[in-house]
Design a protein around this ligand. Structure first.
Ligand SMILES: CC(C)(COP(=O)(O)OP(=O)(O)OC[C@H]1O[C@@H](n2cnc3c(N)ncnc32)[C@H](O)[C@@H]1OP(=O)(O)O)[C@@H](O)C(=O)NCCC(=O)NCCS
Length: 188
């Protein structure tokens, strides 16, 4: 299996106020709402990213197998190895890390992984921006499609991807720690 990552080009940052609207990177006053800035994650983001995944998956404690939650809450060392072959995008609002999404290019397609948004920052367009950045990155990498696996109970994530133009293309049974997952794809 070959994996690779393509950096965002110069001028790579995506930014927005609410609901995914584009605005200047420096957030200079298109409105008074705090800006959200999406960039390609680097190693300096790792501690914040690990803390974010802890906040995201702690809320599912008791609802999903402990093995699953543990696997999705990496230590900094574990996340360092996750970054190999995967390009991560991070979203910050007022410098606080509020969202993360990874993408790996394999066989001409991009697989999205490990999407998480801070429970206190949801429904303000952060995942929309992250997916948008990954789609742009996939297009620049000349990928022919982008796909993602979502646990069936995560209806919010399924709605999100459908709203962003992904279509449901199948179910994998007992795929993640005995949980079924929905496959969604967008052909570019
Ligand atoms: C799913 C998740 C990533 C969404 O992040 P978000 O930043 O709140 O999403 P956005 O604000 O960009 O939402 C865009 C659209 O997606 C849909 N959506 C997002 N969350 C939803 C929810 N809980 N229920 C229904 N629809 C939802 C809506 O259509 C929404 O548009 P609207 O707010 O105008 O109605 C976030 O809730 C999360 O981290 N959940 C826990 C972890 C998870 O499910 N990860 C995905 C694994 S693949």
């Amino acid at each position: 299996m070959s994996q690779g990552s393509t950096p965002l080009p110069p001028g790579k940052e995506n930014s927005a106020s609410e609901k995914g609207a584009t605005r200047p990177v420096n957030g200079s006053a298109l409105s008074a709402t705090p800006s959200i800035v999406v960039t390609q994650a680097t190693h300096t983001d790792i501690p914040d990213i690990c803390n974010l995944y802890k906040r995201v998956w702690d809320e599912f404690r008791g609802k999903f197998p402990e093995d699953l939650l543990k696997a999705w809450q990496p230590t900094p060392l574990e996340f360092t190895s996750w970054m190999e072959g995967v390009t991560y995008f991070s979203a910050r609002r007022d410098r606080r890390l509020v969202g993360v999404l990874g993408g790996s290019l394999q066989d001409g397609s991009v697989r999205l992984v490990n999407l998480g948004v801070d429970p206190e920052a949801r429904r303000s367009g952060i995942a929309t921006l992250l997916v948008g950045a990954s789609l742009e990155w996939a297009r620049r990498a000349n990928a022919s499609s982008v796909w993602v696996e979502v646990l069936l109970p995560f209806e919010g994530a399924i709605h999100l991807f459908q709203k962003l133009g992904f279509t449901q293309s199948g179910v994998l049974h007992k795929h993640f720690w005995k949980e079924d997952v929905q496959l969604l794809e967008q052909v570019l």
